[in-house]
Design a protein around this ligand. Structure first.
Ligand code: CTP
Ligand code: MG
Length: 219
């Protein structure tokens, strides 16, 4: 079974609108529904778990009555990784050890079927996968003055989905530490090196107002 976890429990402080970004209406449709619809339409996705703030659970449920693949809408945590942890705890009663879990930011609306399928393919083959795109700018390291220039041929920007066999994910989250900010960090922490799935520059995360303008333009 392939399960998508959609993270929508943030509060969108950097975008600074009157509601969390996942609920902003973009071209007549709330932002989180774009990613949800993409996963729901994928024939390789069997089930979906949505994670959101407690006060938004009812709202999401009311908008997603027709989405038959949704297992449940559950409460998130105070950080992204604590939201993921809640989803893993929920899935303990649902998943077998070999099931594939794809963790995706609901704030990345333009996820596509190719990326979803490549994540599943790599997890089946290697156990762990992360979507990423190659850095296009030169990458400098330093603080006020340049210490060194990194070889951008080996620098990647992580996106989501970040995807794992369920047993590996549960094992990694047993060693979970509050400083780790994404799922790749959590599995690297136990010595697992995910395979890179080529992402897409359009699979960006809506973070600032510029991203919102870009999204509206692309749609
Ligand atoms: N997320 C989550 N639970 C949290 C924090 C974030 O599920 N406690 C989700 C967000 O809803 C988003 C994704 O993780 O889909 C990526 O997080 P980010 O872009 O940082 O979203 P926000 O935390 O909402 O934004 P900001 O950091 O600007 O407040
Ligand atoms: Mg955040």
């Amino acid at each position: 079974m392939n399960v998508a976890v959609l993270l929508a429990a943030g509060s969108g402080t950097r975008l600074d609108q009157n509601k969390a970004k996942q609920f902003l209406e973009i071209n007549g449709k709330e932002l989180f529904l774009y990613a949800l619809d993409a996963f729901h339409a994928s024939k390789n996705i069997d089930k979906i778990v949505l994670v959101t703030r407690n006060e938004d659970i009812k709202h999401i449920k009311s908008l997603t009555k027709g989405h038959t693949k949704i297992l449940d809408v559950i409460k998130g945590g105070s950080t992204r990784e604590l939201s993921v942890k809640n989803a893993i705890d929920y899935l303990k009663d649902v998943c077998q050890k070999d099931d594939v879990v794809l963790i995706h930011d609901a704030a990345r609306p333009l996820i596509n079927e190719r990326i979803i399928n490549d994540n599943i393919y790599f997890v089946e083959k290697y156990g762990a996968a992360v979507t990423a795109i190659k850095a296009t700018d030169s990458i400098l390291m330093g603080n006020e003055i340049v210490d060194k220039e990194l070889d951008r041929g080996v620098i990647w920007q992580a996106q989501t989905p970040q995807s794992f066999k369920f047993d590996l994910l549960t094992k990694a989250f047993e060693q979970f530490d509050e400083h780790l900010t994404d799922d790749v960090g959590v599995v690297l922490n136990i010595g697992i090196h995910p395979h890179i799935v080529l992402g897409d520059k359009n699979n960006f995360k809506v973070t600032t107002i510029d991203d919102l303008i870009r999204l509206k333009f692309l749609l």
